[in-house]
Design a protein around this ligand. Structure first.
Ligand code: 0WD
Ligand code: CA
Length: 403
């Protein structure tokens, strides 16, 4: 097993720190491809403008063609920007809890569905994990907890990093607005063109409020690890029939002017590909824009065809490398992390119910690999941020799955 040989695991029993080195990305032929099961939609939900989670499709949008030369700066002054927050998985847990309760009330009563799931995570986190072999710039950190063989992931954003994210440079902020504005130009709350809003240009779908999101939760399987993944879906084509085949992802990118831009764009396609692939989104519509935010052209990419488009190009990437890495990564974590809770030293005669949650920190360094360590008490209280949590999980969820 060639992949296996590249794996250096150094166990140090005193601080339980472990490392997994990177697979070589120049190695294109894997011994055996790791299969990834087509994602199946389980449930959708919406966040309202006041950031309330509702199990309905109030935030669902229908795709409509944007006007030619749309101004992506439109409405920038009126952008209601959701404040940056820690990468909590509370919303996703609300959904898994609902699924679990609905199932337990039905025919399969007695089978605890969540126990068969190996990984619960937002899609953005999964995208980071799977694209790591090709990431040469940004490092990341995650917190991981396990209950009964199910690993829960959240992105670890330190308070300093949150402040940094919130303090975006003005031009950066504007660029990220172009992406949201494109969503507004391409989205309608009804299956037809949006009605002209008073005082607004035709085709404008309404001012941007990043609190509002429509999310889908899917189940899938990488190798032999079952996963529940949640993520934001920009809009649907024609109608929503409950399946991922209706989903559309929207992106903006600077218009391609030469080979350098093209190579850069092909590199971006790796992220576009995994982000969409993980939720079963079959189409990505890219709006190419000028540096000052005027929409030039739109281009449709079929997610499944993207890997073939980049094959053999200078910045080529190969999804099979990412799947092999992902399989290795989850197997490695599984071998490190169990059990998730240990009895607190015998005290007050209440040993069995007093479990100390274990939270693991996974750090990724480009071109190096990942390291895992067990968080100490100080680290755990930092991530709890004074909220009612067990580790990073909300206490209500922890209590619910313990029984
Ligand atoms: O752990 C995480 N990565 C975080 C997840 C950190 C903070 C928040 N979340 C939330 C997301 O906002 C959303 O409610 O989790 C939910 C699902 O996220 P996801 O689908 O896994 O997120 P990701 O795939 O990273 O991004 C999808 C879209 C982005 O679209 P583009 O086309 O730009 O990739 O979610 C939006 C954005 O439109 N988005 C955000 N919007 C406002 N503020 C943010 C943010 N911090 N992060 C993602
Ligand atoms: Ca998008």
């Amino acid at each position: 097993e060639r992949q296996g040989k590249r794996r250096h695991v150094t166990a140090d029993s005193s601080d339980r720190k472990l490392e997994l080195a990177f697979p070589s990305t120049s190695q294109t032929s894997q011994s055996k491809p790791v299969p990834f099961q087509q994602p199946v939609s389980l449930i959708t939900f919406s966040y309202t403008p006041s950031r309330k989670l509702e199990f309905n499709n109030s935030a669902l949008r229908y795709y409509v063609n944007p006007p030619r030369n749309a101004n992506l700066r439109h409405g920038y002054e009126r952008w209601i920007k959701r404040p940056e927050e820690k990468g909590r998985i509370d919303g996703l847990l609300r959904a898994t809890s609902k699924l679990r309760n609905d199932m337990n009330a039905g025919a399969s009563k007695g089978v605890d569905w969540i126990r068969s799931i190996g990984v619960v995570s937002w899609r953005g986190v999964m995208t980071k994990i799977l694209t790591a072999p090709y990431e040469d710039r940004d490092s990341w950190e995650m917190n991981v907890m396990a209950i009964d063989g199910t690993m829960y992931f959240e992105e670890h954003l330190s308070d300093a990093k949150l402040v940094e994210k919130e303090d975006m440079a003005p031009h950066h902020r504007l660029q990220s607005y172009y992406g949201y504005s494109f969503e507004s130009w391409c989205g309608s709350s009804k299956p037809e063109m949006p009605e002209n809003l008073e005082g607004q240009p035709p085709g404008w779908g309404g001012d941007v409020d990043t609190n509002v999101q429509w999310c889908s939760v899917v189940k899938t399987k990488l190798g032999d690890t079952r996963m529940v993944i949640g993520g934001e879906v920009d809009c649907v084509r024609n109608a929503f029939t409950g399946q991922t085949s209706d989903f559309v992802e929207l992106k903006t990118s600077i218009a391609i002017r030469g080979p350098q831009d093209e190579a850069r764009f092909e590199k971006k396609l790796l992220k576009f590909y995994f982000q969409s692939f993980l939720l079963g989104v079959p189409e990505i519509i890219v709006g190419f824009r000028t540096p000052s935010g005027q929409l030039n052209t739109i281009q449709l990419f079929k997610t499944a065809q993207i890997p073939r488009m980049v094959r053999g190009k200078p910045n080529a990437w190969d999804p099979t490398t990412c799947f092999a890495w992902g399989q290795q990564f989850f197997a490695f974590l599984k071998s490190v992390i169990h059990p998730s809770a240990e009895p607190i030293a015998e005290q007050q005669g209440n040993v069995t119910s007093a479990l100390r949650p274990q939270v693991w920190r996974v750090k990724f360094e480009p071109r190096v690999g990942v390291s895992v360590s067990l968080l100490g008490d100080a680290g755990v209280s930092e991530i709890q941020a004074g909220e009612d949590r067990v580790g990073f999980l909300p206490r209500w969820y922890w209590d619910e799955v313990q029984t």
